[in-house]
Design a protein around this ligand. Structure first.
Ligand code: GDP
Length: 338
């Protein structure tokens, strides 16, 4: 297949070939959506609108944990299990470090070798963009495109660094936290906010000499979980261990995910959560589009530096400067109004 054929691709062409499961189109369309170039805005929008009706029919799972915990090894093992069960698996990795430093925390080529050559898998790193809000809604949009291309299992991998998990939690059905045991302070290592978000806690590297440590860590965590209020969806977060490297415990994890799906589909929390997430998505898009509109309006572009200088040399307070800029913005769109 010639790559030239993509040169003059319209939004409709992208939508059609994504629907046919064409991975190159999918990849290119995700790049268009991630691009912040003005020339891409309308085609990105059109592709997204075209793909939306074909989306939603998947299981979206978030996988998080500190660097080195075994996320990519786990996703490789879990992803292979899923493709062996005829799922089409898309892995979207969010690496917050990738545009700060050259080398990224998640690394690149050596990760997930088996899965990356599996015809039923698609692995795509997502650049973290210039803001967390940006990451979240670009990743959401990448999910939509993957689903339209027929991927019915979406794994979102993120490095456990604070805000990032919150963003991922707001776009997945199920949230899995990978941890390690052995240091004796596992519970301190798991932040409270994350405990509240996780549906499943997995102690990885349950192999070699590590089993006794893991047993202790598991029971400590289980005890701690009792102190948290029950969740509205009726699911009690579970604690389990696995060895991603030796592929043990992976089936059990899949069974628990299925239990969760069954429970929340039966009690309607599955749809409820997705609907809530749509509201969050709407808020994010609205906020980031408004910011974009504001900062790209001629009068703001022309005045911003001047205002920043005035704030810096204290000739204007930040509040007054912000108010004046917003007044300029309002006047720009409604010049006749006082
Ligand atoms: P990530 O940074 O969280 O993606 O972690 P990786 O998947 O790259 O794994 C980090 C290191 O831990 C690698 O050397 C892996 O081979 C190793 N590792 C991952 N899972 C396991 C496991 O279950 N058992 C053992 N012993 N090592 C593992």
């Amino acid at each position: 297949m010639s790559l030239n054929k993509y040169q003059n691709f319209t939004a409709k062409d992208y939508i059609e070939s994504i629907k046919m499961g064409d991975i190159i189109s999918l990849s290119k369309a995700i790049s268009i959506i991630e691009s912040s170039a003005v020339k891409h805005l309308s085609i990105a929008q059109e592709i997204l609108e075209g793909c939306l009706p074909l989306s939603g029919n998947s299981i979206r799972i978030g996988v998080t944990g500190i660097p080195g915990v075994g996320k990519s090894t786990f996703i490789e093992a879990f992803g292979k299990l899923l493709t062996s069960k005829n799922y089409k698996v898309a892995v979207l990795t969010i690496d917050p470090s990738s545009n700060l430093v050259k080398g990224s925390i998640l690394g690149d080529k050596t990760r997930m070798i088996e899965l990356s050559t599996d015809p039923n898998a698609f692995i795509r790193p997502t650049p973290s963009g210039d803001s967390l809000g940006g990451v979240a809604h670009k990743t959401r949009e990448a999910i939509i495109l993957c689903e339209a291309a027929g991927f019915n299992m979406i794994l979102i991998e993120t490095v456990g660094v604070g805000q990032n998990e919150i963003a991922v939690h707001s776009m997945v059905d199920f949230f899995l936290l990978l941890s390690l045991a052995g240091a004796g302070d596992e519970l301190q290592g798991i932040k409270r906010g994350i405990i509240e978000m996780a549906d499943l806690f997995v102690f990885n590297k349950d192999d070699n000499q590590n089993t006794a440590n893991i047993r202790i860590a598991k029971s400590d965590l289980e005890r701690a979980l009792h102190l948290f209020p029950a969740k509205d969806n009726g699911w009690n977060p579970k604690v389990i261990s696995c060895s991603a490297l030796y592929k043990t415990g992976i089936d059990e994890i899949w069974n628990l995910v299925q239990d969760y799906i069954k429970l929340t589909k039966n009690n309607e929390f599955w749809d409820k959560k997705r609907n809530q997430q749509n509201k969050i998505w709407f808020d994010e898009v609205l906020k980031s589009d408004l910011l974009y509109l504001f900062y790209n309006t001629e009068i703001i572009k022309n005045s911003l530096v001047n205002y920043k200088t005035q704030v810096q040399n204290q000739s204007k307070t930040p509040i007054k400067a912000a108010q004046e800029l917003i007044d300029l913005f309002k006047k720009y769109f409604n010049p006749n109004k006082q």
